[in-house]
Design a protein around this ligand. Structure first.
Ligand code: UDP
Length: 239
């Protein structure tokens, strides 16, 4: 049995990563493969919290932009994260896991309201907890929501599963000279304006000494590799 480096994790998956090649909506083959890996991590005794973005359905700033009042556009974005959370909980249950959705915004017909203590209890019971609706406030992102929840549940690390395989010196899709970093400090990410998370999320992680590992979801087994301490992607932590 492999040894585990991180016993309680917060897995952040961007909405777009769940959409697969289509980049919009949900790709159930991606969701199923993520569930399989979450199941393997759970079988190793890892406690798993999940935050899913909403970009596969709606991003407030990008899709609403100057056509909508920002708070309204962001409310739609938060609702998109709830749709993803419900889809993921449904899939996890089909894979034989017990999963609960805890939302930052009350909507008790669909899911439970988030409290830190409920999340902690469920995690200790071996349930997968999916945190929905981000921080519950406009002008934030689900990256910030992920760091906030990770800090609250005292996670050992945040696993940022993205469409890129780490943090680069420049956009690797646009700049062929872009270099991937193995390890960075929070200060380096912020000072060099590297595309890891938004700055609000990164400063919250820095203030609370929360380790982040950024890697590609393209191979979902990467989640297990990171949990077991394999050096893939880019790790952001204190010196
Ligand atoms: N959002 C928000 N407050 C939060 C989290 C998210 O208003 O605390 C809204 C915001 O409009 C954002 C959208 O939800 O664009 C989807 O989240 P995000 O862009 O972080 O999703 P991802 O890029 O990870 O798929």
């Amino acid at each position: 049995m492999p040894t585990v480096k991180y016993k309680r994790i917060l897995l952040k998956i961007s909405g777009e990563a769940l959409a697969g090649e289509a980049h919009r909506g949900l790709d159930f083959s991606v969701i199923d493969s993520v569930c399989e890996v979450i199941k393997k991590c759970s079988a190793l005794g890892v406690q798993i919290g999940v935050v899913i973005g909403g970009g596969n359905f709606w991003r407030g700033v990008k899709d609403g932009a100057d056509k909508m009042q920002r708070s309204h556009g962001d409310a739609m974005g938060m609702l998109a994260t709830v749709m993803n959370a419900i889809a993921m909980a449904d899939a996890l249950c089909r894979h034989g896991l017990d999963a609960r959705v805890l939302s930052a915004v009350e909507m008790n017909k669909f899911c439970e309201y988030f409290t830190r203590d409920t999340a902690d209890r469920y995690l200790n019971e071996g349930k997968v907890v999916i945190f929905a609706a981000g921080t519950g406030n406009p002008y934030f992102t689900t990256d910030t929501g992920a760091v906030l929840r990770a800090v609250e549940i005292e996670a050992d690390a945040i696993l940022m599963a993205k469409n890129v395989d780490g943090i680069y010196s420049a956009d690797p899709n646009k700049d062929p000279t872009a270099v991937k970093y193995d390890s960075l400090t929070y200060d380096e990410v912020i000072a060099r304006q590297l595309k890891a998370t938004d700055i609000t999320a990164m400063t919250l992680a820095m203030d609370n000494h929360m380790t982040l590992v950024c890697f590609a979801l393209k191979d979902p087994e990467n989640i297990l590799r990171v949990v077991c301490g394999e050096n893939i992607g880019t790790i952001v932590k204190e010196d």
